[in-house]
Design a protein around this ligand. Structure first.
Ligand code: RFL
Ligand code: PHB
Length: 390
């Protein structure tokens, strides 16, 4: 039986970053991923990194391409009632955010892992954690019809919302909290310059829209859509027409259209499973929590989880102290719930809810009007948006 110190399930940003930090600290890991590397790289998701995220990437030697290609943003705009309102994030919080796609982060992490010679098993089937309630956990998986077994000290469940790690925990040991929103986001990527140099979040009677980007020549746009819509319902023409109607006239004017090369629909949900530790199994990132993308928090939360867990594991081996590992769950959940609240609030303020009463509608309008008229409210949005301290 092969042995490593830490077996990591999942090669998304959580698993790859955890593996990277541990390897730099001389701790041996293996990553088991059920998809192919190409599949993982082709998944288009997050685009916006908090300053705490970019700081950690730089600290761990992953800053070179990020600093060359990332776009630093000092503000964002809200569009409603036909008008555009800019919020100066940096003036309010002293920090900024960076546009750098999750795909690029994943790419950099895969390259760094290959350079360190650390193993990742892609297309590993039936990955299963065992015996994590004792002192000798194991992970089994199948590859090319052969069953393999790995003995380890710890298992990190970095396998996303649908992964096996959370499902392996006895139901009675878990408490889950969930809100499912009655709409989705239809997102496209197109090789056209963005409408604005910063992001525009729009609330319109036709629903939410977001203008974001991957570079100054590649745009990412989203519109709120009914949960049952299919990609086939949305031609590029229909998408562009709908987007233009949802933003303010000034932004609509600046939208450059073109053929989309990616189009997908994502459901919106808030979800937290507690705690994050079960003996020698730890849940990290989307495996433990999901936020609606409105606050741009999902990937950033995965990164703060990884920071806390890696500190605990390093402390365990270096100082023979269990303190960091014992604290992991409570420490991560404290930050997670604040991001869950912020993402819920942004989602509630910016979307049209099919079941909203006239009272709900008025409260939403008052929320937006107060926000852009109050420095205190803009400061509160800014400190959450750029990311609460790790
Ligand atoms: P991932 O990325 O889901 O990776 C989990 C990995 O585990 C693998 N896996 C398994 N491996 C082995 N055995 C099994 N049984 C397995 N089951 C699953 C999977 O194949 C996968 O490779 O979770 P991770 O690493 O925790 O990362 C989380 C982030 O991906 C996620 O939070 C963000 O993408 C969320 N998100 C955003 N976050 C931000 O911080 N800023 C944003 O701007 C932002 N925008 C977004 C987003 C998510 C979106 N979608 C599509 C959900 C925009 C969108 C549209
Ligand atoms: C993105 O660039 O994909 C993005 C940015 C901000 C969000 C969500 C998604 O709130």
């Amino acid at each position: 039986m092969k042995r490593v110190q830490v077996a990591i399930i999942g090669a998304g940003p959580s698993g790859l970053l955890l593996g990277h930090i541990l390897h730099r600290a001389g701790i041996e890991t293996i990553i088991l991923e059920n998809r192919s590397a190409d599949y993982v790289l082709a998944r288009v998701r997050a685009g916006l990194l908090e300053q705490g995220t970019t700081d950690l990437l730089r600290e761990t030697g992953l800053g070179a391409r990020l600093d060359r290609e990332g776009l630093v943003h000092h503000g964002l705009s809200l569009a409603f009632d036909g008008e555009l309102h800019r919020i100066d994030l940096t003036a309010s919080s002293g920090k900024s955010v960076t546009i750098y796609g999750q795909t690029e982060v994943t790419h950099d992490l895969m390259d760094a892992r290959a350079a360190l010679g650390a193993p990742t098993i892609y297309e590993a089937q039936n990955v299963t954690p065992h015996d994590f309630d004792g002192t000798s956990p194991r992970v089994t998986y199948e590859k090319d019809g052969v069953t393999h077994e790995i003995a380890c000290d710890f298992i990190a469940g970095c396998d996303g919302f649908h992964g096996v790690s959370r499902q392996s925990v006895p139901q009675a040991a878990l408490t889950t909290y969930e809100r499912v929103y009655p709409f989705g986001w239809l997102g496209i990527l197109a090789e056209v310059p963005p409408a604005d140099h910063e992001l525009v979040y729009a609330n319109s009677p036709r629903g939410f829209a977001l203008c974001t980007m991957r570079s100054m020549t590649r745009s990412r746009y989203y519109v709120q859509c009914p949960i049952g819509d299919r990609i086939e319902d949305w031609s590029d023409q229909r998408f562009w027409d709908e987007l233009r109607r949802r933003v303010d006239p000034q932004t609509a004017e600046k939208i450059t259209t073109g053929p989309s090369f990616e189009k997908s629909i994502a459901p919106l949900r808030s979800f937290v499973a507690e705690p994050l530790r079960f003996g020698r199994l730890f849940l990290v990132g989307d495996a433990a929590h999901i936020v609606p993308p409105t606050g741009a928090k999902g990937l950033n939360l995965a990164v703060s989880d990884v920071r806390y867990l890696s500190e605990g594991i390093i402390e365990h081996y270096a100082d023979k102290s269990a303190a960091g590992l014992d604290r992991y769950s409570a420490r991560a959940l404290n930050r997670i719930w604040k991001a869950v609240r912020f993402s819920w609030w942004m989602t509630t303020m910016l979307h049209r809810f099919p079941d909203a009463t006239p009272f709900d509608q008025k409260i939403q309008e008052a929320d937006l009007a107060y926000l852009v008229a109050s420095q205190a409210a803009m400061t509160s949005l800014s400190e959450n948006y750029v990311g609460l301290p790790h």
